[in-house]
Design a binder for this molecule. Structure first.
Ligand code: DQA
Length: 145
């Protein structure tokens, strides 16, 4: 059975409260519950991690090496700034997919750049919680093919 690490970065613990006009009203716990259900259908085991701290995210990514088969990640604002996260993902070399609730290309200019995307299989952006489900599908299909 595939094992996938699902990582959420800074402020994503605030989903449901945070800027509902941009991010909707679904909480992170609800997103994780939906993913868990999808994981059961796809026959993959999911492990969830959220942190507001870059170093904690990096530690979790490093610890995934040799344990998990892939990473589904919403790096939050670290998407636009964190070369450390990018290098960490690159270092472990696990297949990874980047997801965003909002369409980052339709928002402020600073969100148009993802410094993490070049080390991902791909990026899914703009479909709300469905971005995570599409990302999980894509990641599993890629690993299984
Ligand atoms: C986000 C987009 C980022 O620009 C923002 O900083 C977030 C959430 C998204 O899921 O749409 O925290 O990653």
């Amino acid at each position: 059975m595939l094992s996938i690490l699902v990582i959420n970065g800074p402020n994503l613990n605030m989903l449901g409260i945070r800027e509902p006009g941009v991010y909707g009203t679904v909480t992170l716990a609800e997103i994780e519950a939906r993913l868990k259900k999808l994981g059961e259908t796809l026959g993959v085991q999911l492990h969830f991690f959220q942190s507001n701290h870059e170093g904690a995210l990096l530690d979790e990514i490093h610890a995934a090496f040799g344990i998990h088969d892939g990473i589904l990640i919403n790096p939050g604002a670290l998407t636009h700034t964190s070369y450390a996260l990018r290098d960490g993902l690159s270092a472990v070399g696990l297949p990874a997919v980047e997801v965003h609730l909002s369409n980052i290309h339709k928002r402020e200019a600073f969100r148009h750049i993802s410094v993490t995307a070049p080390v991902m299989l791909g990026q899914i952006s703009g479909f709300g919680p469905i971005s995570y489900e599409l990302g999980l599908h894509a990641l599993c299909k890629h690993i299984q093919s």
